[in-house]
Design a protein around this ligand. Structure first.
Ligand code: GDP
Ligand code: MG
Length: 162
């Protein structure tokens, strides 16, 4: 089994945008509609010269219950399979209740985590970036999947955990 990285987080934080950027192709659908990635996407990639498998997950379904059973199972399976969890939040909205539920799920599994504070291309992301420390998943890395900023810091952190 190759080294496996699961991109995890609630809908709309930019997981699929990051997945596409790391893969270098548009394999995952990106949309404003939360939870668009119903089915898991997987790709074999080379990051920092290291071969690995990258998994894009659907994440949390929005709604009062937080996690729907299917998405939770899909994400849990991906976390279990992963050597490293790439946990993504939206720094512009800051840490939400859904992010906290998800953070707990990731911590419970005890996997190595890289915490990406996505959508950090503007000043509006600063408070959210500092909030991310409260997740207890280590130091956040400010990045923008859409604009390609800070992605190198994320790939370096992945390589360090390899
Ligand atoms: P997912 O549900 O977590 O997979 O999120 P998507 O990748 O589908 O992205 C959700 C929305 O966020 C889309 O409209 C993306 O264009 C947008 N998005 C993704 N990355 C960034 C970013 O770095 N900055 C900004 N401003 N928007 C982003
Ligand atoms: Mg997606």
């Amino acid at each position: 089994m190759p080294f496996t990285v699961a991109i995890v987080g609630r809908p709309n934080v930019g997981k699929s945008t990051l997945f596409n950027r790391l893969v270098g192709k548009k394999l995952a659908l990106v949309d404003d509609q939360p939870g668009l990635t119903r089915d898991r996407r997987e790709a074999d990639v080379v990051i920092e010269g290291l071969p690995m498998t990258l998994i894009d997950t659907a994440g949390l379904e929005s709604g009062d219950e937080g996690l729907t059973a299917r998405m939770r199972l899909q994400t849990e399976a991906a976390i279990e399979q992963a050597d490293l969890v790439l946990f993504v939040i939206d720094a512009r909205t800051g840490v939400t209740a859904a992010d906290e539920i998800f953070g707990d799920l990731v911590r419970k599994h005890g996997k190595a985590v890289v915490l990406a504070a996505n959508k950090s291309e503007g000043r509006a992301a600063e408070p959210g970036f500092y909030e991310a420390y409260s997740l207890g998943l280590g130091e956040p890395l400010a990045m923008s999947a859409e604009h390609g900023l800070g992605v190198g810091d994320v790939t370096e952190a992945i390589a360090e955990a390899y």
